[in-house]
Design a protein around this ligand. Structure first.
Ligand code: SAM
Ligand code: SF4
Length: 301
């Protein structure tokens, strides 16, 4: 049976496309943006979120762990992530919420059942389902089946993407997507590589194709102060986007640090400790600059 690796399904979302939406988060992403608020969506492999502050020291995890990832040392339980195989046995036995598996395997029917629970809200608000992550396009077979089901049931669909996928995959998927929310992170490929782990040529090529062949593409830019809000980047992004015939709208998302704590729980380092979110005035200034290229600019999703 076809299954997807899903790490969250968010209800009543109003920032991931028009109206009230259900957003499905796919695990696995080809990028590792330093500011990403969903670090649990980056690795395709299953992972464990760990919150030692909640531990009451009962030792149940130590008893059930088959790989020796939990040890008793200096009078406390110690979790050795490098030994962990994310089997989830400790999560089942822990009663304090210290351990949690990030993702679960879901069938198309299970995902559709979640989406369909809120049909009434989509109808009233002009909403639908959004597929995000991580990167939904990294699980193309599963995504395609869910999209086909949505089309059959007349549920509006949006895909949030970083665009770093094979063009053929994008072509196949795009037929069944009503709206693309397409991120452009940085125009300079070298800088893009430094902060996301990959260059941007493929992303730009794919966006050119999509803009010519899909009726509804919105370009998105998360404003990360000191990383992509400089004049040169905004100018290049504005010029590039203005040349895309089908794109008339651009959304600017202010950087936020909401995901910072999740890095700690995943045993990762949050690389951007000192960056402050841009204030409203700065966001309006940036929106004003980009509007001069002739498209509608919205602050927020
Ligand atoms: C987490 S990404 C997942 C979809 C896809 N991988 C992408 O990058 O578009 C969804 C959106 O969140 C934005 N985002 C990620 N981290 C952010 C942060 N710290 N502050 C503001 N927006 C952020 C991204 O720019 C993107 O528009
Ligand atoms: S591409 Fe999206 S999900 Fe992937 S790391 Fe960047 S912001 Fe996060």
């Amino acid at each position: 049976m076809l299954t997807g690796r899903i790490f969250n399904i968010m209800k009543y979302s109003i920032h991931d496309g028009p109206g009230i939406r259900t957003t499905v988060f796919f695990k696995g992403c080809p990028l590792k943006c330093q500011w990403c608020h969903n670090p649990e969506g980056q690795e395709f492999a299953q992972e464990l979120m760990y919150r030692p502050d909640k531990c009451i020291g009962c030792g149940r995890c130590l008893e059930v762990c088959p790989s020796g990832a939990v040890i008793f040392s200096e009078e406390k339980l110690v979790y050795q992530r490098d030994q962990c195989q994310a089997c989830g046995e400790c999560c089942k036995t822990c009663c304090s919420g210290v351990r949690e598996l990030v993702a679960k395997s879901m069938s198309v029917d299970e995902v559709m059942a979640e989406i369909e629970k809120d049909l009434i809200f989509y109808d009233e608000s002009g909403g639908g389902a959004t597929f995000s992550g991580g990167e939904a396009l990294m699980q193309p077979d599963f995504l395609l089946e869910v999209l086909k089901q949505c089309r059959k049931k007349e549920i509006h669909t949006a895909v949030e993407t970083c665009g770093f996928v094979k063009l053929d995959t994008l072509k196949t998927i795009s037929e069944f997507v009503d709206l693309f929310l397409y991120d452009l992170k940085l125009m300079d490929s070298k800088k893009h590589q430094d902060v996301t782990g990959v260059p941007n040529e493929l992303i730009l090529t794919n966006l050119r194709w999509l803009a010519e062949n899909h009726p509804h593409v919105i370009v998105r830019l998360a404003i990360i102060p000191g990383i992509n809000d400089d004049e040169e980047n905004l100018q290049r992004l504005g010029e590039f986007t203005a040349e895309l015939k089908g794109v008339t709208e651009l959304h600017c998302l202010p950087y936020h640090r909401a995901g910072a704590d999740k890095y700690r729980r995943l045993g990762l380092e949050y690389c951007l400790p000192d960056i402050q979110p841009p204030d409203d005035e700065r966001m309006k200034e940036i929106a004003g600059e980009l509007e001069q290229f002739g498209f509608k600019v919205k602050i927020g999703g």
